[in-house]
Design a protein around this ligand. Structure first.
Ligand code: DGJ
Length: 708
């Protein structure tokens, strides 16, 4: 998979090649990333670069050359991947090694060699101007179309080294005939798909708000301008990181494109003493010549195999009911038990107690950090309540927001200095709360101990880990990375201490939906916006980078609490069924017909959840471009598929929408389990399905196809 011949490195994944070489002067020259090149010519990069206006004494003008690890200020004046105190720097090859497998990254989450098919190349470069060693890591996986890259920087000088920026990867493409697609936008509307042409200059797709953020997901695609779901070259870059990040797309005077991804250099600085090493987060590079669909399925496979780990990795996720939108913080034990008991009768498998169970928290203005039960609300305590719920035959889960502290809390009164603050300034509150300074070991230890002691004492099989504000008042440059490392230690210790517990990440909904969190928690609450119509866009956008098994999606009340829309129970159920299914409404007040519908949905979820959670995802109609959304999930042997189409608004006198399905077995017949209709796979895929929506707005049409 990794070969070194005539100074060329050939890296091969399943259908991809990544090629670069060491030139005469010792620079690493990028040659190619894309569809697999089976024969290996060694003339892949013309030597002509060297005849042109050379600047350097070694005869090289790096400004003209595609590189693997560009530095600043000597013969390349483009943006650098690594920057040491804005000093001129020159990195040249020193040594390399190739080995089977992959090592973890110090203090950071990273992909694993789950299928034991990984090979890693480590190349050490040396900057003799600054006495810095930079090691580039590349891991390829034989069964995957994703390459993992990261960087380590070691200070070899006697004096301290200042790092101003350290991107995890850089790649130079020799043209700019690209468009880019990223996933932005805000609380309540996460991961909106945004496409723009790559133009001259720089596009910095970044977040500087503390976590990976609602505003910009650390996942960006660079693609042929006309790429669609089935055709076109699509490259994607996903950072395995939950702090401030940046993906920089930079074009130069000759219309060539440099892409770099890593920690956001804005607000970043790191100092290394002699002999110390800085490790960057990992960046995942995926390529498909088969459009966005091919890229997503490759990346989903990588995330399901090499990012998600632990007991729940391949297990069907439980159908849960969460009391948040049912009661908010206004509940008592009797109310909770009545919801849990009815949920059990409806076939639901897990009851989750959300915010408001601790301290004196009846609203969001107090008690974060005081992780002891409010016995006025819950006289049996969490352990007693968990016992009562589990005795009913339904599992029990609990909400925490471990990284936060309320100014009105015993914890803050005892340790005001534990909240992040800049010297001489009262820290800014958001949602009446402050963020704990997780760069401190004593604070980390407090958080670990308070959560683990509850998990050990009560019968808890699920944790919802919330994080509900941005980080302000960072005390120094580089602090956000210190915080992120501390948060990872806390998360790692807590999840290791409770290996059977299913953890679901959350951050005001989907504000920290990233591959870093997924290394610890196999699923994330996709958005606080639970309106199924809004969720069509949110889940569709999320699906470009992340598989269905990572997305929490629940049926909520009508009218919806966020939008006041009133989609039917069927629409709410059908859209939630395309993720990790659950409920979040007061079922004890519902009429019998709704309870019957829930029972049927729960049974259906149990029939299709392995398929939905672990199948291959096909996007068929894009809601960002029209009035219809459709997608389909197909299992590995193509014997089963779940299809869902949504019409947003009814339009008078328009023809049936025709949707072409995908991924089925050519020549086979399939039966739709819902209607009994028999379909030819070829007809569905090539002629398309006339979707017979019910009358009205916000309607869905689903099929559960089984191969005959
Ligand atoms: C934000 C989450 O996204 C909600 O689901 C809920 O858990 C609240 N926080 C509780 O404060």
């Amino acid at each position: 998979m990794i070969k070194f011949e005539n100074d060329y490195f050939f890296l091969e994944g399943k259908d991809i090649s990544y090629i670069f070489r060491i030139d005469k002067a010792g620079y690493l020259i990028h040659c190619y990333f894309g569809k697999k090149i089976k024969a290996h010519p060694t003339s892949i990069v013309p030597e002509r670069f060297y005849c042109w206006h050379s600047w350097g004494e070694d005869g090289v003008k790096l400004d003209e050359i595609a590189q693997e690890c560009p530095t600043f200020g000597h013969t390349d004046l483009r943006k650098p991947m690594v920057n040491f105190g804005d000093k001129v720097s020159v990195l040249k090859y020193k040594a390399h090694k190739i080995y089977k497998g992959k090592n973890p990254l110090a203090g950071l989450p990273s992909s694993i060699d789950a299928a034991m098919d990984a090979e890693t190349l480590e190349i050490t470069l040396f900057d003799s101007v600054n006495s810095v060693e930079v090691t580039l890591f590349y891991t390829v996986f034989e069964s995957m179309n994703t390459i993992a890259r990261h960087v380590e920087i070691t200070n070899k000088a006697d004096a301290d080294l200042k790092i101003d920026s350290c991107y995890s990867m850089s790649i130079d493409f020799e043209h700019s005939d690209f468009a880019e697609t990223h996933f932005a936008v805000r609380w309540g509307f996460e991961r909106e798909k945004v496409t723009s042409p790559v133009v001259r200059g720089s596009l910095d797709l970044n977040n500087a708000r503390g976590g990976s953020g609602h505003f910009m997901n650390p996942f960006v695609c660079l693609h042929s301008p006309d790429a669609n779901e089935k055709q076109g070259d699509v490259y994607s870059f996903m950072l395995v990181y939950s702090g401030n990040h940046s993906t920089l797309i930079d074009t130069d005077q000759r219309c060539r494109t440099r892409v770099m991804q890593g920690i956001n250099p804005f607000g970043f600085e790191w100092s290394l003493k002699k002999g110390e090493t800085f490790t960057s987060p990992e960046s995942l590079l995926t390529f498909s010549p088969c459009g966005f669909g091919g890229m997503s399925r490759s990346l989903h496979k990588f995330i399901k195999t090499n990012i998600v780990r632990g007991k729940w990795k391949n297990k069907p996720r439980p159908i849960l009911i969460n009391n948040w939108e049912a009661t908010y913080m206004n509940f008592n034990e009797e109310k909770i038990l009545s919801i849990a008991s009815l949920a059990k009768d409806l076939g639901i498998e897990l009851f989750v107690l959300d915010d408001g169970w601790f301290g004196k928290r009846n609203w969001d203005n107090c008690s974060l950090g005081d992780w002891y039960v409010n016995t006025e609300k819950l006289p049996s305590g969490i352990d007693g309540l968990a016992e009562k719920v589990t005795d009913m035959g339904i599992n029990f889960g609990l909400w925490f927001e471990p990284e936060m502290v309320s100014p009105d809390s015993d914890l803050y009164r005892a340790h005001p200095d534990w909240a992040i603050h800049a010297e001489g300034l009262k820290p800014a509150e958001s949602r009446n709360q402050l963020v704990l300074d997780l760069s401190r070991k004593d604070v980390q230890d407090y958080v670990i101990e308070s959560v683990v002691s509850i998990l050990k004492k009560a019968k808890i099989s699920y944790v919802k880990w919330d994080y509900n504000r941005y980080i302000t008042d960072m005390p120094r440059l580089g602090y956000n990375h210190e915080y992120t490392l501390g948060m990872y230690r806390v998360t790692d210790e807590i999840t290791q201490a409770a290996p059977d517990v299913l953890f679901e990440g959350c951050s005001g909904g989907g504000g920290r939906f990233d591959a870093g969190i997924l290394c610890y928690m196999p699923q994330v609450w996709t958005s606080d916006n639970t309106d199924p119509i809004e969720r069509v866009y949110i889940q569709y956008g999320t699906s470009f980078g992340y598989p269905t098994s990572t997305m929490g999606s629940h049926v909520t009340a009508s009218p919806n609490h966020y939008t006041a829309r009133k989609p039917s129970m069927k629409t709410r159920g059908d859209i939630a069924l395309s993720g990790n299914f659950g409920y979040e409404l007061d079922i004890t007040t519902l009429p019998k017909e709704d309870l019957d519908a829930i029972k049927a949905q729960v049974e259906e979820c149990k029939r299709i959840r392995s398929l939905v959670q672990y199948g291959d995802f096909y996007r068929l109609a894009d809601p960002f471009r029209g009035n219809i959304a459709a997608w389909q999930i197909v299992n590995e042997d193509k014997s089963e598929s779940f299809f869902c189409a949504v019409r947003i608004l009814f339009k008078s006198n328009v023809y049936f929408p025709i949707i072409k399905l995908d991924g089925l077995s050519e020549g086979a017949l399939y039966r739709d389990e819902y209607t009994g209709n028999i379909y030819s796979a070829d007809e569905l895929m090539h002629r398309g399905l006339f979707v017979d929506f019910d009358h009205g707005d916000f309607v869905t049409y689903t099929m559960h196809l089984k191969k005959i």
